[in-house]
Write a protein that binds this ligand. Structure first.
Ligand code: SF4
Ligand code: SF4
Length: 179
């Protein structure tokens, strides 16, 4: 497989600066609503804030890839005397929890770095984080050329996992006949 240059976008998270305002969730949900900015339900955000104000715990976490199975074992972390839950740092939309799933359809959500925004614009959550807890960075890397699943394929894959491929195909066939 050949190597290609790829721009890697990252958002560095400084949990010590996060004050738990949840502006990042609101702007992400709003930007990705259809039509854009028509609603701002944080359950639709591709960034979620793990928060426990009494323990001064605020951890913004970005939605990553969908996974088919929940973990067989999980880890707890104690950092600076604060204990974090087993799934707190996990970015996956997985079968065992509701985060990073579109609340109406249950389809997985994934951070797309606001790709529909202008190429020179920073991701919206970064722009809206007035505490500077989210820091945008870019770098170039040489990687193997691969084929990535698009949003539509990811959605169909999760429906097939949930209902079975045969049921999904039969449903699509029925819809096609009705159309
Ligand atoms: S906008 Fe910034 S300070 Fe507010 S919750 Fe998100 S990361 Fe934390
Ligand atoms: S980078 Fe964009 S898509 Fe990703 S969490 Fe932030 S606002 Fe949402």
């Amino acid at each position: 497989m050949s190597k290609v240059k790829k721009k890697v976008k990252t958002i560095k998270i400084d949990v010590d600066k996060c004050n738990g305002c949840r502006a990042c969730e609101v702007i992400c949900a709003s930007f990705h609503s259809a039509p854009k900015y028509s609603s701002n339900n944080p359950a639709r955000a591709r960034i979620r804030l793990i928060r426990d104000p009494l323990k001064d715990i605020f951890v913004p976490v970005y939605a990553g890839e969908y996974v088919e199975a929940e973990c067989m074992g999980r880890d707890k972390y104690v950092i600076d005397g604060k204990e974090y839950g087993e799934c707190d740092f996990c970015r996956a939309a997985c079968p065992s929890r509701d985060v990073f799933k579109e609340p109406d359809s249950g389809l997985p959500l994934k951070c797309d770095m606001c790709e529909e925004n202008g190429p020179d614009e920073e991701p919206l959550c970064v722009q809206w984080c007035l505490a500077d807890a989210l820091i945008y960075e870019e770098r170039e890397e040489e990687v193997e050329e691969d084929v990535k699943l698009g949003d539509l394929e990811l959605g169909l894959k999760s429906l097939a996992d949930k209902h079975g491929l045969r049921t999904l195909m039969e449903t699509v066939a029925r819809m096609t006949q009705k159309g």
